[in-house]
Ligand binder design. Sequence first.
Ligand code: PRP
Ligand code: MN
Ligand code: MG
Length: 178
Amino acid sequence: MLNDIEEVLYSEEQIQAKVKELGEVISRDYEGRNPLVICVLKGAFMFLSDLVKRIEVPLEVDFMAVSSYGNSTKSSGVVKIIKDLDVTVEGRDVLIVEDIIDSGLTLSYLVDVLERRNALSVKIVTLFDKPARRTVGLEADYKGFVLPDAFVVGYGLDYAEKYRNLPFIGVLKEAVYS
Ligand code: PRP
Ligand code: MN
Ligand code: MG
């Protein structure tokens, strides 16, 4: 598996330091509140579990799985809910946790859904951001690292469902996917 990685972009230590930093900022911003923290499956599972350990306000965690469909790319902009939340978001301060924002389509859809369900507030935290790929105007409220437009895997991010378990993020060798 490690042989498939061209280059490590951010090490486990660098990621953990950033997660701690994000947790501190979020803890300050949400002081006195009880946010509902939503993990966007599957990619965000690792970031979610590390991040909530660094947030020092009482919170609840719930999970949502979404998928784009129509064709294999995301250009259709159609997003489908595969697994919905177990709880209602009405009146809640919602914090969406994502691993990466690429085109922005997944999150613009999710934010819209949660606002229509009358969440009190909806904010986004993403560990990675690829602004060069954005097709809709969407910015995270909290973000970790800006990535180049390369094929990256690890720390939750997959290629064909593999590599999610790598503790770092790296560039996949072209030979693996071409
Ligand atoms: C990836 C990633 C984000 C989304 C970002 O998820 O985890 O959720 O794509 O892309 P976008 O900004 O262009 O919408 P994916 O759909 O691959 O599912 P996964 O999390 O299960 O891997
Ligand atoms: Mn995802
Ligand atoms: Mg994926």
